[in-house]
Ligand binder design. Sequence first.
Ligand code: ATP
Length: 357
Amino acid sequence: MIDVRLAAVSKRFDKSSDAAAVDNVTITIGAGEFFTLLGPSGCGKTTTLRMVAGFYFPTSGHIHFGDDDVTRWSPNKRDTGMVFQNYALFPHMSVAQNVAYGLKVRRVSREERTRRINEALAQVHLTGYGDRRIDALSGGQQQRVALARALVIRPRTLLLDEPLSNLDAKLREETRTEIRRIHRESGLTSIYVTHDQAEAMSMSDRIAVMQSGKVQQVGAPQEIYYRPTNSFVARFIGRSNVLSLPVVGAAETQVQVRLPGGATLDVGAASGHGLTEGDTALVSARPEHITLAGSNDEAALRGRITHIEFTGMATHLNVDVDGIDVMAAVIDPPTGIKLDDVVGLRLVAERLWVVRP
Ligand code: ATP
């Protein structure tokens, strides 16, 4: 098992333009970690992965696999197993022939090849499928063949570029679990690229959230969810209200803000937040941390319901509080609740978090 380190890695496709596709990215992916690059389309996650694979060389910066500086190594020499969104399988060839590809390139003997193909197919639960043609397999099975082909070379790292996006919703969830199992059993340092935050949250040990070529935050899913560093991360991961509230007091890791109704609230903040009395704080509040106040409760916020959506687990409400749209997710709302009702909202103070712009 090796760690993968990116040190001040940048990539500019167009040397004359100021915009870098990947801009000064520094991350260390621990040995055996399942690490995800997450961000919207065009944020640079695929380019980052391709630099790790060796398909692109960085314009500046260095990439290390353990003690090796692989920045200028060819893809073959790096021993990475890669799984692509479109699988990139040879459709007219058999499963075994597809899986064998990397072994042939590496001139592995025939007997050894057969043994390793069987081993890789067992790893992805496709034992007995070796003679099937690729075009006779379902999308999910093809994805497993692509995984087997990546694993068969016994790579040092496993790189996965949106491997689930061609699968339907149910299969995607099943395959998430499957990839996690394979990761657990193989212990491979794995880097996963996706734009789907639910996928990233459910699968990853840690996530790097990217925007415009830059890493915005690196952390465990819970950390990113509960303590987003800025309003982009707060809004991109799940849904979040980002409320602008006046600061009435500040300590090292806490900021006191005033709510529209006049009440004050202590909200957690990262040290070095730099806010002082008189500033405006941006406070991230997840919809599930905003609930309906009982009729006798001192409500923190009061407003009119503008939208109601029943999702099964919770009822999502949009409430207009003095012209600000506040999203709340309520489990078991009182019966009879309807549009235009005026309601009180309570904030779960210990779950709120001050974010940077
Ligand atoms: P997506 O999810 O849509 O694949 P992404 O986050 O993976 O997006 P990249 O594919 O890494 O983003 O692209 C980052 C930026 O670099 C984009 O502005 C893209 O247009 C540009 N880019 C990517 N590949 C090339 C290339 N081969 N030549 C020129 N520009 C490129």
